[in-house]
Structures are given as C-alpha cells and as structure tokens.
Ligand binder design. Structure first.
Ligand code: ATP
Ligand code: MG
Length: 175
C-alpha cells in the first residue's frame, strides 16, 4: 500500500480552499475516494455544486450555516461547537474505517484555534492515521506541532488582494 501523506495549505493569500478542492478533484480522477469536511463555512460556496456531482467525492453537508465565530453569542458558540464536534467525530470514524483514501478538512486551523475540535486528539490521529490515508488541512496559521507532523506545508502569501481596495467577494471566484 502506498504511504499516505499530510498536506497543509496555509498563509494569508487567496488559494487555500481552491488548492484543496483541486487536489480532491485530482484524487477522485485517479479513483481515490475523498471525504471533504468543511469547518466554519456556510453552504453557499459554488464549488460544492460540482463536488457533489463527482463520483468518489463525499462532501459532508451541515444542517446550519454560521456567521463569524467571533460575533456569535455564547449560546450560538455552544451550538457551533457541538455541530463541529459531531462533524469531527464523523470524519474521523470514516477515515479510520477506511471509508476514504483522502480526508480534506477545510479551515481545520481555524476550528483548531477556536477549540472546536480536540487538539490533542487531532494530533494523535494524524500521528497514527491509517497508513494509506492522505490528509489535507487548510487555514491561515497552523500550530507548530501541525507543521512538524505534516509532509507538505505550502504557505500562500498575500502580495495583493482586491479586498484591500474595497472589492467585495465575487461569486464563482471567492465563493
Ligand atoms: P479560496 O477559497 O479562494 O481558495 P482561501 O481558502 O485561501 O481562498 P480563506 O482564508 O479561506 O481563503 O478566505 C475566504 C475568503 O476570503 C475567500 O473568498 C478568499 O478569496 C478571501 N481571502 C483570502 N485571502 C484574503 C486576504 N488576504 N484578504 C481578504 N480576503 C481574502
Ligand atoms: Mg479557504
């Protein structure tokens, strides 16, 4: 069996989620089964319409969308936490049971930073993951221990972004 590796797409530039999405498409094209989990996201990003149609890619859809975590009330935060704990458990179970060859966790770093997933358990999982499993994590700033465990760490650095000139997110490009 081929050794699966751990990828991180991080940094403050645009392209982390789209890189993970591209890798998922490539993997599916080669016959790999991909499980695509998304943290701190809503359901209206346009790539989901296509990912859902690709044989071999399972996107985990969540019952609710949430706004920015920082602006949530304590009650909403508790609800968010429970939803993402369930997502985390589900994704982990599927990955451990060999239901997928690639596990993508988009915005894993943010979920980790906000304490929405158990950090030590995540580190343990990555250290002891099924041998053939490929794992892809995205988010701005990964912790040192994640960087140590990963095999690929690609930092996308913002040189320019139209947001800085007041341009809003554009459908099909940013979401
Ligand atoms: P993409 O989904 O386009 O690959 P990303 O995953 O790298 O982007 P995120 O950090 O997830 O970027 O940010 C989500 C949204 O914010 C995207 O619409 C992205 O284009 C935009 N964005 C990314 N980097 C910046 C930045 N430095 N300033 C403002 N907006 C940004
Ligand atoms: Mg992203």
């Amino acid at each position: 069996m081929r050794q699966g590796m751990i990828h991180i797409y991080c940094g403050d530039g645009k392209g982390k989620t789209t890189a993970a999405t591209g890798l998922a498409v490539r993997a599916a094209g080669s016959g790999m089964k991909v499980l695509f989990a998304r943290f701190l996201k809503n359901e209206n990003s346009a790539e989901l319409c296509v990912l859902d149609q690709i044989p071999g890619i399972e996107v985990i859809h969540l019952p609710k969308s949430y706004g920015f975590y920082n602006t949530q009330s304590e009650e909403e935060k508790a609800e968010t936490k429970q939803m993402y704990e369930e997502l985390w458990k589900y994704a982990l179970d599927r990955a451990k049971n060999g239901a997928c060859d690639m596990l993508v966790m988009d915005e894993f770093m943010a979920a980790d930073r906000y304490g929405l997933i158990p950090h030590e358990e995540a580190i343990q999982f990555l250290k002891e993951k099924p041998e053939g499993l490929e794992v892809v994590l995205t988010g701005r700033d990964p912790s040192e221990d994640l960087i140590r465990i990963a095999d690929y760490v690609s930092e996308i650095r913002k040189v320019k972004h139209p947001f800085d000139c007041g341009v809003y997110a554009r459908r099909g490009i940013e979401y």
